[in-house]
Design a protein around this ligand. Structure first.
Ligand code: FEO
Length: 399
Protein backbone atom coordinates (compact mmCIF):
# COMPACT_ATOMS: atom_id res chain seq x y z
CA UNK A 1 0.00 0.00 0.00
CA UNK A 2 1.53 3.25 -1.12
CA UNK A 3 0.10 6.15 0.84
CA UNK A 4 2.27 9.18 1.42
CA UNK A 5 1.74 12.52 3.00
CA UNK A 6 2.96 14.99 0.38
CA UNK A 7 2.04 18.18 2.21
CA UNK A 8 -0.03 19.13 5.26
CA UNK A 9 -3.28 18.55 3.39
CA UNK A 10 -2.36 16.28 0.47
CA UNK A 11 -1.84 12.51 0.55
CA UNK A 12 -0.89 10.22 -2.29
CA UNK A 13 -3.44 7.42 -2.74
CA UNK A 14 -2.46 6.06 -6.16
CA UNK A 15 -1.54 2.58 -7.36
CA UNK A 16 1.11 0.79 -9.38
CA UNK A 17 0.28 -1.33 -12.42
CA UNK A 18 3.05 -3.85 -12.96
CA UNK A 19 0.88 -6.29 -14.93
CA UNK A 20 -0.37 -4.47 -18.01
CA UNK A 21 2.07 -5.12 -20.84
CA UNK A 22 0.94 -2.35 -23.20
CA UNK A 23 -0.47 1.05 -22.28
CA UNK A 24 -3.42 1.93 -24.51
CA UNK A 25 -2.89 -1.62 -25.83
CA UNK A 26 0.05 -0.29 -27.86
CA UNK A 27 2.93 1.12 -25.87
CA UNK A 28 5.21 -1.27 -23.94
CA UNK A 29 5.45 -0.92 -20.18
CA UNK A 30 8.76 -2.56 -19.26
CA UNK A 31 8.82 -0.75 -15.92
CA UNK A 32 5.06 -0.64 -15.32
CA UNK A 33 3.07 2.53 -14.82
CA UNK A 34 1.48 4.30 -11.88
CA UNK A 35 -2.04 5.69 -11.82
CA UNK A 36 -1.66 8.56 -9.41
CA UNK A 37 -4.49 9.75 -7.21
CA UNK A 38 -4.48 12.23 -4.36
CA UNK A 39 -6.61 13.09 -1.37
CA UNK A 40 -6.85 16.74 -0.32
CA UNK A 41 -8.25 17.31 3.16
CA UNK A 42 -9.63 20.74 3.99
CA UNK A 43 -11.06 21.71 7.37
CA UNK A 44 -14.56 20.90 6.19
CA UNK A 45 -14.44 18.84 3.02
CA UNK A 46 -12.25 16.29 1.34
CA UNK A 47 -11.55 15.84 -2.35
CA UNK A 48 -10.10 12.91 -4.25
CA UNK A 49 -8.17 14.24 -7.23
CA UNK A 50 -7.79 11.89 -10.22
CA UNK A 51 -8.89 8.29 -10.26
CA UNK A 52 -7.31 4.98 -11.18
CA UNK A 53 -7.81 2.25 -13.76
CA UNK A 54 -10.78 -0.01 -13.01
CA UNK A 55 -8.70 -3.04 -11.97
CA UNK A 56 -7.27 -0.97 -9.09
CA UNK A 57 -10.51 0.51 -7.73
CA UNK A 58 -10.47 -1.69 -4.64
CA UNK A 59 -6.92 -0.60 -3.84
CA UNK A 60 -7.78 3.07 -4.22
CA UNK A 61 -10.83 2.69 -1.98
CA UNK A 62 -8.70 0.92 0.63
CA UNK A 63 -6.21 3.79 0.52
CA UNK A 64 -8.98 6.34 1.02
CA UNK A 65 -10.51 4.38 3.90
CA UNK A 66 -7.17 4.06 5.62
CA UNK A 67 -7.03 7.86 5.71
CA UNK A 68 -10.69 8.74 6.27
CA UNK A 69 -12.01 5.73 8.16
CA UNK A 70 -15.80 5.75 7.89
CA UNK A 71 -15.96 9.35 6.71
CA UNK A 72 -17.30 9.67 3.17
CA UNK A 73 -15.09 11.66 0.78
CA UNK A 74 -17.00 14.69 -0.48
CA UNK A 75 -15.66 15.22 -3.98
CA UNK A 76 -14.02 13.36 -6.82
CA UNK A 77 -12.25 15.89 -9.04
CA UNK A 78 -11.68 14.50 -12.52
CA UNK A 79 -8.89 16.29 -14.34
CA UNK A 80 -8.89 13.79 -17.20
CA UNK A 81 -11.38 11.20 -18.38
CA UNK A 82 -9.16 8.69 -20.17
CA UNK A 83 -10.11 5.38 -18.55
CA UNK A 84 -6.70 4.89 -16.90
CA UNK A 85 -7.91 7.68 -14.58
CA UNK A 86 -11.66 7.35 -14.71
CA UNK A 87 -12.19 3.57 -14.90
CA UNK A 88 -12.88 3.26 -11.18
CA UNK A 89 -15.62 5.91 -11.09
CA UNK A 90 -18.53 3.50 -11.12
CA UNK A 91 -17.05 1.42 -8.30
CA UNK A 92 -16.28 4.52 -6.21
CA UNK A 93 -19.90 5.63 -6.69
CA UNK A 94 -21.10 2.20 -5.54
CA UNK A 95 -18.96 2.53 -2.42
CA UNK A 96 -19.95 6.14 -1.74
CA UNK A 97 -23.20 7.08 -3.57
CA UNK A 98 -23.07 10.55 -1.97
CA UNK A 99 -19.75 11.37 -3.69
CA UNK A 100 -19.99 14.49 -5.86
CA UNK A 101 -18.13 14.27 -9.13
CA UNK A 102 -16.46 17.57 -10.07
CA UNK A 103 -15.50 18.34 -13.64
CA UNK A 104 -16.10 20.71 -16.50
CA UNK A 105 -19.09 20.32 -18.81
CA UNK A 106 -17.22 18.09 -21.27
CA UNK A 107 -15.93 15.90 -18.47
CA UNK A 108 -19.35 15.33 -16.99
CA UNK A 109 -20.76 14.48 -20.42
CA UNK A 110 -18.06 11.83 -20.76
CA UNK A 111 -18.78 10.49 -17.26
CA UNK A 112 -22.31 9.82 -18.42
CA UNK A 113 -21.20 8.51 -21.81
CA UNK A 114 -18.59 6.08 -20.52
CA UNK A 115 -20.15 5.01 -17.23
CA UNK A 116 -23.82 5.99 -17.39
CA UNK A 117 -23.22 7.94 -14.20
CA UNK A 118 -25.35 10.91 -13.23
CA UNK A 119 -26.05 11.47 -9.52
CA UNK A 120 -24.22 14.25 -7.71
CA UNK A 121 -22.27 16.31 -10.20
CA UNK A 122 -20.72 19.76 -9.92
CA UNK A 123 -19.82 21.59 -13.09
CA UNK A 124 -16.83 23.91 -12.92
CA UNK A 125 -15.45 26.40 -15.42
CA UNK A 126 -11.99 27.72 -16.06
CA UNK A 127 -10.89 29.73 -13.02
CA UNK A 128 -13.57 28.44 -10.65
CA UNK A 129 -12.60 27.64 -7.07
CA UNK A 130 -13.82 24.80 -4.86
CA UNK A 131 -13.55 25.68 -1.17
CA UNK A 132 -12.71 22.73 1.09
CA UNK A 133 -12.39 24.91 4.21
CA UNK A 134 -8.96 26.50 4.48
CA UNK A 135 -7.96 24.80 1.23
CA UNK A 136 -8.98 26.10 -2.19
CA UNK A 137 -8.88 24.17 -5.42
CA UNK A 138 -8.72 26.36 -8.52
CA UNK A 139 -9.50 24.72 -11.86
CA UNK A 140 -7.77 25.64 -15.10
CA UNK A 141 -8.96 24.06 -18.30
CA UNK A 142 -6.08 22.80 -20.47
CA UNK A 143 -7.78 21.24 -23.50
CA UNK A 144 -5.97 18.54 -25.50
CA UNK A 145 -3.38 17.82 -22.83
CA UNK A 146 -4.29 15.15 -23.64
CA UNK A 147 -8.06 15.04 -24.36
CA UNK A 148 -10.46 17.94 -24.98
CA UNK A 149 -11.89 17.89 -21.46
CA UNK A 150 -8.53 17.96 -19.70
CA UNK A 151 -8.00 20.41 -16.88
CA UNK A 152 -5.52 21.02 -14.09
CA UNK A 153 -6.27 21.73 -10.45
CA UNK A 154 -4.21 24.10 -8.33
CA UNK A 155 -4.21 23.94 -4.54
CA UNK A 156 -3.64 27.59 -3.83
CA UNK A 157 -2.63 27.58 -0.16
CA UNK A 158 0.18 25.09 -0.77
CA UNK A 159 1.01 25.86 -4.42
CA UNK A 160 0.49 22.28 -5.51
CA UNK A 161 -0.40 21.64 -9.13
CA UNK A 162 -2.39 18.54 -10.02
CA UNK A 163 -1.43 18.50 -13.67
CA UNK A 164 -3.21 15.49 -15.15
CA UNK A 165 -1.13 13.72 -17.80
CA UNK A 166 1.18 16.72 -18.18
CA UNK A 167 4.64 16.17 -16.67
CA UNK A 168 3.85 12.48 -16.33
CA UNK A 169 5.93 9.49 -17.37
CA UNK A 170 5.84 5.74 -17.63
CA UNK A 171 7.34 3.69 -14.82
CA UNK A 172 5.73 2.40 -11.64
CA UNK A 173 6.81 3.92 -8.32
CA UNK A 174 9.32 1.73 -6.53
CA UNK A 175 8.65 2.42 -2.88
CA UNK A 176 8.87 6.20 -2.97
CA UNK A 177 6.37 8.70 -4.34
CA UNK A 178 8.16 12.05 -4.52
CA UNK A 179 11.40 12.72 -6.36
CA UNK A 180 13.01 13.32 -2.95
CA UNK A 181 12.53 9.69 -2.07
CA UNK A 182 14.15 8.05 -5.08
CA UNK A 183 16.69 8.35 -7.87
CA UNK A 184 14.47 9.69 -10.62
CA UNK A 185 17.07 9.61 -13.42
CA UNK A 186 15.46 6.44 -14.74
CA UNK A 187 12.13 8.23 -15.20
CA UNK A 188 13.34 10.87 -17.62
CA UNK A 189 13.78 8.53 -20.63
CA UNK A 190 10.34 7.20 -19.82
CA UNK A 191 9.06 10.77 -19.77
CA UNK A 192 10.38 11.30 -23.29
CA UNK A 193 8.69 8.10 -24.39
CA UNK A 194 5.44 8.96 -22.62
CA UNK A 195 5.33 12.47 -24.04
CA UNK A 196 6.20 11.52 -27.62
CA UNK A 197 3.95 8.46 -27.73
CA UNK A 198 0.89 9.72 -25.86
CA UNK A 199 0.83 13.52 -25.92
CA UNK A 200 3.12 14.12 -28.92
CA UNK A 201 0.40 15.24 -31.31
CA UNK A 202 -0.67 18.06 -29.04
CA UNK A 203 2.46 20.18 -28.72
CA UNK A 204 0.65 23.42 -29.54
CA UNK A 205 -1.89 22.73 -26.80
CA UNK A 206 0.85 21.93 -24.29
CA UNK A 207 2.36 25.32 -25.13
CA UNK A 208 -1.04 26.97 -24.56
CA UNK A 209 -1.22 25.25 -21.18
CA UNK A 210 2.25 26.58 -20.35
CA UNK A 211 1.08 30.09 -21.23
CA UNK A 212 -1.95 29.68 -19.01
CA UNK A 213 0.17 28.46 -16.11
CA UNK A 214 2.56 31.39 -16.32
CA UNK A 215 2.73 33.03 -12.95
CA UNK A 216 2.09 29.78 -11.13
CA UNK A 217 5.21 28.62 -9.31
CA UNK A 218 4.28 25.18 -8.06
CA UNK A 219 6.00 23.82 -4.96
CA UNK A 220 5.01 20.35 -6.15
CA UNK A 221 3.65 18.91 -9.37
CA UNK A 222 1.34 15.95 -8.89
CA UNK A 223 0.74 14.39 -12.28
CA UNK A 224 -1.29 11.30 -13.04
CA UNK A 225 1.74 9.11 -13.86
CA UNK A 226 5.17 8.80 -12.30
CA UNK A 227 6.88 10.60 -9.42
CA UNK A 228 5.55 13.68 -7.67
CA UNK A 229 7.97 16.39 -8.70
CA UNK A 230 9.37 18.67 -6.00
CA UNK A 231 13.13 18.98 -6.50
CA UNK A 232 13.18 18.40 -10.27
CA UNK A 233 10.26 20.61 -11.31
CA UNK A 234 12.43 22.83 -13.51
CA UNK A 235 13.89 19.85 -15.43
CA UNK A 236 10.47 18.30 -15.85
CA UNK A 237 8.92 21.51 -17.16
CA UNK A 238 11.91 22.11 -19.40
CA UNK A 239 11.59 18.63 -20.90
CA UNK A 240 7.88 19.13 -21.64
CA UNK A 241 8.50 22.62 -22.96
CA UNK A 242 11.21 21.49 -25.39
CA UNK A 243 9.38 18.39 -26.57
CA UNK A 244 6.14 20.29 -27.11
CA UNK A 245 8.00 22.86 -29.23
CA UNK A 246 9.39 19.92 -31.25
CA UNK A 247 12.86 21.04 -30.26
CA UNK A 248 15.30 18.11 -30.60
CA UNK A 249 17.08 17.14 -27.41
CA UNK A 250 20.36 16.38 -29.22
CA UNK A 251 22.06 16.36 -32.62
CA UNK A 252 21.92 12.59 -33.06
CA UNK A 253 20.21 10.72 -35.87
CA UNK A 254 17.30 8.30 -35.91
CA UNK A 255 17.40 5.82 -38.79
CA UNK A 256 14.22 3.84 -39.40
CA UNK A 257 14.44 1.29 -42.17
CA UNK A 258 12.88 -1.84 -43.57
CA UNK A 259 14.83 -4.57 -45.30
CA UNK A 260 13.36 -7.91 -46.36
CA UNK A 261 16.64 -9.53 -47.44
CA UNK A 262 19.31 -7.14 -46.24
CA UNK A 263 19.78 -5.04 -49.38
CA UNK A 264 18.27 -1.80 -48.05
CA UNK A 265 20.19 -2.39 -44.84
CA UNK A 266 23.45 -2.15 -46.83
CA UNK A 267 22.49 1.43 -47.75
CA UNK A 268 21.71 2.20 -44.12
CA UNK A 269 25.04 0.85 -42.89
CA UNK A 270 26.91 2.94 -45.45
CA UNK A 271 24.98 6.09 -44.54
CA UNK A 272 25.63 5.49 -40.83
CA UNK A 273 29.36 5.21 -41.54
CA UNK A 274 29.18 8.51 -43.36
CA UNK A 275 27.45 10.11 -40.38
CA UNK A 276 30.17 8.88 -38.04
CA UNK A 277 32.90 10.10 -40.40
CA UNK A 278 31.13 13.46 -40.34
CA UNK A 279 31.25 13.59 -36.55
CA UNK A 280 27.80 12.33 -35.46
CA UNK A 281 28.11 10.14 -32.40
CA UNK A 282 24.57 9.35 -31.34
CA UNK A 283 22.89 7.20 -33.98
CA UNK A 284 19.82 5.08 -33.26
CA UNK A 285 19.06 2.51 -35.97
CA UNK A 286 15.73 0.68 -36.00
CA UNK A 287 14.67 -2.20 -38.20
CA UNK A 288 11.01 -1.21 -38.36
CA UNK A 289 9.86 -4.80 -38.78
CA UNK A 290 11.16 -5.81 -35.36
CA UNK A 291 11.62 -2.60 -33.37
CA UNK A 292 8.92 -1.10 -31.18
CA UNK A 293 7.06 1.79 -32.80
CA UNK A 294 7.17 3.38 -29.36
CA UNK A 295 10.99 3.52 -29.38
CA UNK A 296 11.16 4.81 -32.95
CA UNK A 297 8.78 7.67 -32.14
CA UNK A 298 10.73 8.51 -29.00
CA UNK A 299 14.04 8.61 -30.89
CA UNK A 300 12.55 10.79 -33.62
CA UNK A 301 11.49 13.33 -30.96
CA UNK A 302 14.94 13.16 -29.33
CA UNK A 303 17.33 13.40 -32.31
CA UNK A 304 17.59 16.27 -34.76
CA UNK A 305 18.43 13.97 -37.66
CA UNK A 306 16.00 11.53 -39.24
CA UNK A 307 16.60 9.02 -42.03
CA UNK A 308 13.86 6.82 -43.47
CA UNK A 309 14.73 3.95 -45.80
CA UNK A 310 12.54 1.30 -47.33
CA UNK A 311 12.34 -1.32 -50.03
CA UNK A 312 9.46 -1.12 -52.47
CA UNK A 313 6.83 -3.58 -51.31
CA UNK A 314 3.78 -4.28 -53.46
CA UNK A 315 4.49 -0.95 -55.15
CA UNK A 316 4.42 0.88 -51.83
CA UNK A 317 6.58 1.70 -48.83
CA UNK A 318 7.34 -1.40 -46.73
CA UNK A 319 4.36 -1.51 -44.30
CA UNK A 320 6.30 -1.29 -40.99
CA UNK A 321 8.15 1.79 -42.33
CA UNK A 322 4.85 3.26 -43.54
CA UNK A 323 3.44 2.77 -40.07
CA UNK A 324 6.32 4.81 -38.62
CA UNK A 325 5.81 7.57 -41.20
CA UNK A 326 2.14 7.74 -40.26
CA UNK A 327 3.05 7.95 -36.58
CA UNK A 328 5.30 11.00 -37.06
CA UNK A 329 2.79 12.59 -39.41
CA UNK A 330 0.04 12.26 -36.80
CA UNK A 331 2.32 13.85 -34.22
CA UNK A 332 3.29 16.74 -36.48
CA UNK A 333 7.01 16.22 -36.02
CA UNK A 334 8.94 19.35 -37.06
CA UNK A 335 12.39 20.88 -37.17
CA UNK A 336 14.39 17.87 -38.33
CA UNK A 337 17.23 17.36 -40.80
CA UNK A 338 16.06 14.43 -42.90
CA UNK A 339 17.12 12.05 -45.65
CA UNK A 340 15.25 9.38 -47.60
CA UNK A 341 16.47 6.21 -49.26
CA UNK A 342 14.53 3.61 -51.23
CA UNK A 343 15.25 0.37 -53.00
CA UNK A 344 13.36 -1.52 -55.66
CA UNK A 345 13.62 -4.53 -57.91
CA UNK A 346 11.54 -3.62 -60.94
CA UNK A 347 9.56 -0.45 -60.17
CA UNK A 348 10.79 2.43 -57.99
CA UNK A 349 8.11 3.46 -55.55
CA UNK A 350 9.34 3.50 -51.94
CA UNK A 351 12.06 6.16 -52.22
CA UNK A 352 9.92 8.76 -54.00
CA UNK A 353 6.99 7.95 -51.72
CA UNK A 354 9.06 8.52 -48.56
CA UNK A 355 10.40 11.74 -50.03
CA UNK A 356 6.98 13.11 -50.91
CA UNK A 357 5.52 12.13 -47.55
CA UNK A 358 8.35 13.84 -45.67
CA UNK A 359 7.93 16.92 -47.86
CA UNK A 360 4.20 16.98 -47.14
CA UNK A 361 5.02 16.92 -43.42
CA UNK A 362 7.36 19.90 -43.77
CA UNK A 363 10.34 17.59 -43.26
CA UNK A 364 11.80 17.79 -46.76
CA UNK A 365 14.93 15.63 -47.20
CA UNK A 366 18.19 17.48 -47.72
CA UNK A 367 18.60 15.73 -51.10
CA UNK A 368 16.31 13.77 -53.43
CA UNK A 369 15.81 10.24 -52.17
CA UNK A 370 18.79 7.97 -52.80
CA UNK A 371 17.54 5.09 -54.92
CA UNK A 372 18.94 1.60 -55.29
CA UNK A 373 17.92 -0.96 -57.92
CA UNK A 374 18.32 -4.47 -56.52
CA UNK A 375 21.72 -4.84 -54.81
CA UNK A 376 24.26 -2.31 -53.59
CA UNK A 377 27.27 -1.29 -55.68
CA UNK A 378 30.43 0.44 -54.53
CA UNK A 379 29.18 3.60 -56.20
CA UNK A 380 25.91 3.47 -54.29
CA UNK A 381 27.69 2.78 -51.01
CA UNK A 382 29.81 5.88 -51.65
CA UNK A 383 26.67 7.89 -52.40
CA UNK A 384 25.06 6.74 -49.14
CA UNK A 385 28.22 7.66 -47.23
CA UNK A 386 28.28 11.03 -48.93
CA UNK A 387 24.66 11.59 -47.92
CA UNK A 388 25.74 10.79 -44.34
CA UNK A 389 28.55 13.36 -44.62
CA UNK A 390 26.14 16.06 -45.85
CA UNK A 391 23.66 15.31 -43.14
CA UNK A 392 26.41 15.35 -40.49
CA UNK A 393 27.60 18.73 -41.75
CA UNK A 394 24.10 20.20 -41.34
CA UNK A 395 23.75 18.68 -37.88
CA UNK A 396 27.18 19.80 -36.73
CA UNK A 397 26.33 23.33 -37.86
CA UNK A 398 23.57 23.35 -35.22
CA UNK A 399 25.95 22.71 -32.29
FE1 FEO B 1 -3.06 8.92 -18.39
FE2 FEO B 1 -4.47 10.52 -21.15
O1 FEO B 1 -4.35 9.31 -19.70
Amino acid sequence: MQIRKISPSVSYIGVNDRSTTRFESMWPLPFGVSYNSYLVAGEEKTAIIDGVEVAYAVDQIAHIKSLLGNRVPDYLVINHMEPDHSGAIRILRCEWPELTIVGNAQTLGMVKGFYGEEGNMQVVKDGDVLDLGGRSLRFRTTPMVHWPETMMTFLEEESILFSGDAFGCFGALNGGVTDREMDTDRYFPEMERYYSNIVGKYGAFVQKAFAKLQGIKPAAICSTHGPVWIDRIAETMNMYDRLSRYEPLDNGVTIVYGSMYGNTQHLVEALAEGLVEGGVRDISIYNAAKSELSDMITASFRHRGLVVASPTYSENVFPPVQSFLKAIEIRGLKNRVTAAMGSFTWVTKAGPAIQSQLEAMGLAPIEPALLMKQGITSGLADSAKELGHKMAAQLMAKI
